[in-house]
Write a protein that binds this ligand. Structure first.
Ligand code: SF4
Length: 246
């Protein structure tokens, strides 16, 4: 949600303020700084992208720009913008970084969220995790142990999708539909997998809790590094908007 919002702001800002009056000339001058061979390749790739919508060419051109050592930040951004036909990219659009399991279901099968009260917290104790998963709802059709069920109607299956290998998933599918396994039995591998995932996290959390001074140092260093980058960006934003006092 926030990534999406930030992307929209960046796109709009670049559209409004990224067009310097002499943008094209500046982009062409910037091209000269990356050498003849590179600028020729850049032009070919840019053409392929702009005329045929070839996204692979766009990616290659971007990689080419990334690899240039002797180019100013402003020129690099200009050339990124020129590639796509627009102006200079002042605010790059952030991309989401997703892991393989990008959506984690909650204990009740809905989205995992604190406000739904269906979460497993990173610092839950092993006993809490055990308890939470053992009391998870299952397919309501399985009233008795002998009633067959359908994993598709069960939130525990969503966890198997995230944590289990194919053999285990087949065991669940078959065992649930034929009532060969009970729900507690089915939940145990999920409990084991979640505990194994959380163990090192709990350990790290305990180490950090015991060293608050160290944590503050890490935060301060991070703030400083972020401030440097933010200052440079803000400077560019002010310049683009004509808000500098020169
Ligand atoms: S056996 Fe597993 S998948 Fe089937 S209802 Fe029970 S917990 Fe859900």
């Amino acid at each position: 949600m926030h990534v999406e919002l930030t992307r929209e702001i960046a796109r709009r800002f670049n559209h409004l303020y990224g067009r310097e009056p002499d943008f094209e000339e500046k982009a062409k001058a910037a091209l000269k700084t990356i050498g003849k061979k590179n600028s020729k390749l850049y032009e070919t790739l840019r053409k392929q992208y702009q005329e045929q919508g070839d996204h692979e060419a766009l990616e290659k051109a971007r990689a080419l720009l990334e690899s240039q050592q002797h180019i100013t930040l402003g020129d690099r951004e200009r050339l990124f913008g020129y590639l796509e036909g627009g102006g200079k990219i002042i605010l790059p659009e952030p991309q989401a970084l997703l892991t393989k399991a990008s959506k984690m279901p909650g204990l009740d099968g809905q989205k995992m969220s604190k406000s739904y009260g269906n979460t497993i917290a990173l610092r839950d104790t092993p006993k809490e995790v055990d308890q939470k998963i053992k009391t998870m709802p299952t397919d309501p059709a399985r009233v008795r142990r002998t009633d067959p069920g359908d994993p598709e109607k069960c939130p525990v299956w969503q966890f198997h999708l995230v944590y289990s290998n194919d053999d285990l998933k087949n065991w669940v599918q078959d065992g649930c539909r034929s009532a060969k396994i009970g729900c507690l039995e089915c939940k145990q591998p999920v409990i084991d997998a979640v505990q194994a995932e959380l163990d090192p996290i709990r350990q790290r959390a305990a180490e950090f809790s015991a060293d608050m001074a160290g944590v503050r140092t890490i935060i301060n260093q991070g703030c400083e590094a972020a401030r440097e980058v933010a200052d440079a960006t803000l400077e560019e934003v002010r310049k683009a908007m004509g808000l500098t006092h020169e």
